[in-house]
Design a protein around this ligand. Structure first.
Ligand SMILES: [Zn+2]
Length: 133
């Protein structure tokens, strides 16, 4: 059974408990790594400037003022192959299935408007999941 690295566990601790619960269930099914949880101002604005995030600090769901935790998490299939988008879709299906079974509403970066249409996106962020408030 796959397990998280120490680094993945540390990042996951910066995320709200519901995201932690989901991701521990997911990693028991398929190997994933945690890429990003809570982001401070410098990191967020750097990603924004490079076009890797749509939102400047503090508007991303990854942004919170500690001790508040991130309501978003970025993950990747492990081992990481960024161009293997099929694997990202496979993992996202598992994440959304696990969240649904746990009764936790998530929004995925491959279906921002949550209409189950995966072809109407303008910004794909296939490893991004956030809690629906
Ligand atoms: Zn994200």
């Amino acid at each position: 059974m796959p397990k998280f690295s120490r680094r993945s566990k540390e990042i996951l601790l910066t995320c709200v408990e519901n995201l932690q619960v989901i991701m521990y269930d997911v990693v028991a099914i398929t190997d994933i790594t945690i890429i990003s949880g809570l982001r401070g101002e410098g990191e967020q604005n750097s990603l924004y400037r490079r076009g890797l995030s749509k939102l400047p600090f503090p508007n991303s769901r990854h942004n919170a003022i500690p001790p508040a935790l991130s309501e978003a998490v970025d993950i990747a299939p492990y081992p990481i192959k960024w161009k293997d988008t099929e694997k990202f879709y496979y993992v996202a299906g598992i994440v959304m299935g696990v969240a649904g079974m746990l009764g936790i509403e998530l929004r995925w970066g491959g279906d921002w408007d949550r209409d189950d249409d995966l072809h109407d996106q303008t910004f794909m962020d296939l490893g991004h999941f956030e809690i629906v408030r």
